[in-house]
Design a binder for this molecule. Sequence first.
Ligand code: 13P
Length: 147
Amino acid sequence: MAVKSVALVAHDNKKKELVDWVARNQTRFAQLELFATGTTGRLLAESLGRDDIHRLLSGPLGGDQQIGAKIAEGAIDLLVFFWDPLEPQPHDPDIKALLRIAALWNIPVACNSATAEFILTSAYMTDDQYAVPRPDFSYYTDRNLQP
Ligand SMILES: O=C(CO)COP(=O)(O)O
């Protein structure tokens, strides 16, 4: 069975909202492999009592880029990223890069709990046969360039 992998990330003012939402949906999340940036992951682990969350570095310390790299490698099926629309972040370029790489690789992205709810309850989430179509970038990688 192909277990789906979800990356969970939240800015400080949105962490409670994310943790509460995940806790409310614990039964669904029990079937999923979880990745998270450092602090979000710590709070989730404490709240859910789960010791199997793949915790990366804290977002501003490179964690957003690590999640982005996992998306590029095909290791993430869904990104839930509650970013804060009311507060500037010191690592804004990393945030943009993460959202860009998710768009590039056709990964579903939820930036608020309403969208996250729609995606989490989608039949695709429990369909072992379904995987998000991975774009073919051969037109780009094989482009004809003269050295
Ligand atoms: O800053 C973040 C996302 O941009 C989240 O990082 P933390 O989960 O480590 O707070």
